[in-house]
Design a protein around this ligand. Structure first.
Ligand SMILES: *Cc1c(COP(=O)(O)O)cnc(C)c1O
Length: 455
């Protein structure tokens, strides 16, 4: 059967239920812990911070399928199903016998996959009768996605944006404000934790961990508000399973069996969503796949981090999560421009990695931008730097096939577009981009501050 450039599905083929990979894991991801007692966080503990229905999803290790409410599915219909694209042009440019496919999630105003979870989280907040939600954003994709989702459901949205991004990405900020969100540069003097961080590190340009602390404090100290997070959590991976479910439906339609599945990994949500149905098959012994997580060499949580309980935020207000981590005080070098800067990794993916069900690679940013430009020039789409980590390894794998003559099916997640990352592209085009790999001593410094938890 001739495979088209774009494999589109019909509206009817948008999944009716999310797939929860935890249900098929024999060893479950480690539970979140309450920092003060080191006991597993209960629904009541988490209910102060997160929406009730999302807490239920967070703690649900048993139900494989969770129905997607009609309102969310209708919103999905505006920009989904997303296309699975056969990268014929890239294959030709590389001269590889491999078949390369990418699932493109950038076809919405937020420019990334993050809208898949934002709309679900806003829906449950609305259903609970809340006034609004708070969150942090780094590069701005999550904040944009959430402001779109809260606008749709008529909720208030308070975004703490890492100060360096706030200053470097004024247009991102303006998109969020256009959708009605209020955007505060973090650290700010609007929270106790922000004031404390500013006092200790005057002039700091902020970090994700710090913005999370500010957003959580604002949520718990304002009536009718809860905090929402765009990655890392189990619930976010669950919502992102629409990516993997659609990918699998599209491949199955054409009788294609993926050999290698590749995704970039920041907090792990797009990768977790993409691979979930495939890992499910692996866990049930039905099929095998090579799965590769790709992370920046400057923020290498899987490849050089420790599998341990750690704080999710700098201010240490969130529950502890067991994950591959570089330590909550780790901040990637200032020359790192490619996103994926979170110090930790989804607990679900961490456990899958720990069990050997997936592998991880770290790549340097100049080679990531080499791949981004090569891809853009033949496939047309200007990729987000984050997504380009996956492109890098997809190209590397396709070039290996050229040597061995194998016609492998390589599938990767193209999570978003790079229109708001042109400062990074400018650096690359001006040959001013450099690589920075943290030394063991630097990593030791932040890892030495991991909380002491028996695990
Ligand atoms: C946020 C983001 C990522 C990384 O987040 P994950 O939770 O690891 O998926 C990757 N690509 C794009 C375009 C993003 O916006």
């Amino acid at each position: 059967m001739e495979i088209p450039y774009k494999i589109y599905l019909s509206e009817d083929e948008i999944p009716r239920a999310w797939y929860n990979v935890r249900a098929d894991m024999k060893v479950k991801p480690a539970p979140l812990l309450v920092p003060s007692t080191l006991k597993p966080a209960t629904a009541e503990d988490l209910g102060h911070v997160f929406c009730d229905e999302l807490v239920k999803q967070e703690l649900d290790n048993d139900h494989a399928f969770i129905e997607i409410p009609e309102d969310i599915r209708n919103f999905y219909k505006m920009y989904r199903p997303s296309p699975l694209v056969r990268a014929y042009c890239l294959e030709r440019a590389l001269g590889t016998p491999a078949h390369i496919y990418y699932k493109f999630e950038g076809n919405n105003t937020s420019g990334s996959h993050k809208l898949n979870s934002a709309i679900a989280q806003a829906y449950y907040a609305k259903k609970q009768g809340l006034k609004g939600v708070t969150t942090e954003t780094g590069a701005g994709q999550w904040g944009t996605a959430l402001s779109m989702a809260t606008a749709y459901f008529g909720l208030d949205c308070k975004v703490y944006m890492v100060k360096v991004s706030y200053e470097q990405k004024p247009f991102r900020r303006e998109v969020m404000r256009t959708y009605g969100a209020s955007v505060t540069p973090s650290p700010s003097d609007t929270t106790n934790v922000g004031r404390a961080i500013l006092a200790e590190h005057p002039g700091t340009t902020g970090s994700l961990g710090c913005a999370i602390s500010e957003a959580v404090e604002t949520a718990v100290s304002n009536d009718g508000y809860r905090y929402v997070l765009g990655s890392v959590l189990n619930q976010v991976l669950l919502h992102q399973s629409v990516i993997g479910l659609e990918t699998k439906t599209a491949l199955d339609k054409y009788g294609i069996k993926a050999d290698v599945i590749i995704g970039c990994a920041g907090g792990g949500s797009n990768l977790g969503g993409l691979i979930s149905p495939f890992v499910g098959q692996k866990l049930r012994g039905e099929a095998d796949y090579q799965i590769i997580a790709v992370e920046p060499a400057s923020c290498p949580s899987f490849t050089r981090g420790k599998y341990a309980y750690d704080f999710c935020d700098t201010g240490r207000v969130c529950p502890l999560a067991k994950m591959y981590t570089l330590g909550s005080n780790f901040i990637p070098s200032a020359n790192h421009a490619g996103g994926l800067r979170y110090h930790g990794m989804s607990s679900t993916l961490s456990e899958l990695y720990h069990q050997g069900l997936m592998e991880a690679r770290s790549v340097e940013q100049t080679s990531v931008f080499d791949a981004a430009v090569q891809f853009a020039r033949v496939e047309g789409i200007l990729p987000a730097p984050e997504s380009s980590h996956a492109i890098r390894v997809a190209i590397d794998e396709a070039l290996k096939c050229k040597e061995t003559g194998e016609a492998k099916n390589i599938v990767f997640g193209l999570t978003g577009t790079g229109y708001f990352d042109l400062v990074a592209y400018q650096k690359y085009n001006d040959h001013q981009m450099s690589d920075y790999i943290p030394t063991d001593e630097e990593l030791q410094k932040s890892l030495a501050q991991l909380p002491k938890v028996e695990n």
